[in-house]
Design a protein around this ligand. Sequence first.
Ligand code: FES
Length: 145
Amino acid sequence: MSSKNLDTLYRQVIMDHYKNPRNKGVLEGDTLTINMNNPTCGDRIQLSLKVEEGKVTDAKFEGEGCSISLSSASMMTQAIKGKPIDETLQLSKIFSEMMQGHDYDENLDLGDIEALQGVSKFPARIKCATLAWKAMEKALKDTQK
Ligand code: FES
């Protein structure tokens, strides 16, 4: 696929998550809830996670933000549901490296998350893409203390 077609495909994936967010809302009951702001624009996200026996068994988010931040939150919640905490944090590390423009193992199947790799070329948008991921990392690292 040409890089132009790939860019178009990635843009479509991002807009699909923005317009039809997966896992939007707030979890009820015993959950980890984190609020986080993007200091550069003031947009915010609230992430709630259910963690049982070392696994993320459910994840939801709500908040205000741009298409990059909200589609990233949608993709992230989709990707981490059912994953053990250590795999979830590992995925977060891979995403962070992707945002810094570093190569990652091409054998990894990152699913829709790959659509965000172009964000690394726009430093002002990296904080948008990483907002939900930082909230997730903070919530899970707090459980490990
Ligand atoms: Fe605010 Fe992207 S512009 S999160």
